[in-house]
Ligand binder design. Sequence first.
Ligand SMILES: [Zn+2]
Length: 228
Amino acid sequence: MSVPKNLYIYPWESYTENNCNSFVIDGSVRILIDPGHAHLLHHLEARMVRDGFSLEDIHVALATHPHPDHCEGLVKLKELGALIAMHEEALAFLSRFRAQWEQMTGQRMPDFPVDFFIKEGRLELGSEVLQVLETPGHAPGSVCFYWQEPGVLFSGDVVFVQSVGRVDLPGGHAGLLARSLEKIMSLDSQVLCPGHGPVLEGRGAVKENFYLIRQYFFAHQASPSSPQ
Ligand SMILES: [Zn+2]
């Protein structure tokens, strides 16, 4: 199984400006994962229009974690009529993070009027079910979404192809990230959709990527479940 037909992948491709990858699940409830920066939303919108829908068509917008390059656009999505959500700890982190945010973006941090909190467990959105995994380490309140039926893992900034999320930003923690990695590598993922960089297809490739990351970045934290 490769990328399902109702998954739209919008990788961020500019090298001059940082933003995240965005993903749309076109189910009976249309879900947007990580809208990215507010001022860059028009890029996403232009590409969505080519696929036959617009930001107004999004019913629910979710953020994997509380960094501006992933969650800032939620506010605009809310204005356009979507329900918006993040983890409760992510929202709490944002209020503590206000000064750094304003320093990083040069803009006032918006309020995030979330409609519900994302938490560990099953998140049923119309015809689609996402398994939410709490995966701190890169940022407080970070989550991954595992879309079980097609085996697609949206990993935010926890893991990328051949790399892991930074732990040197406020609230980062290498030990927690290692534990989060163990948690998501036990899933039977066939497609890895990270928050930045390329998407990885194929169960073997996804598994290999996890083992490579564990070995390269977390070798000092020996795990009893190592394959060899
Ligand atoms: Zn991040």
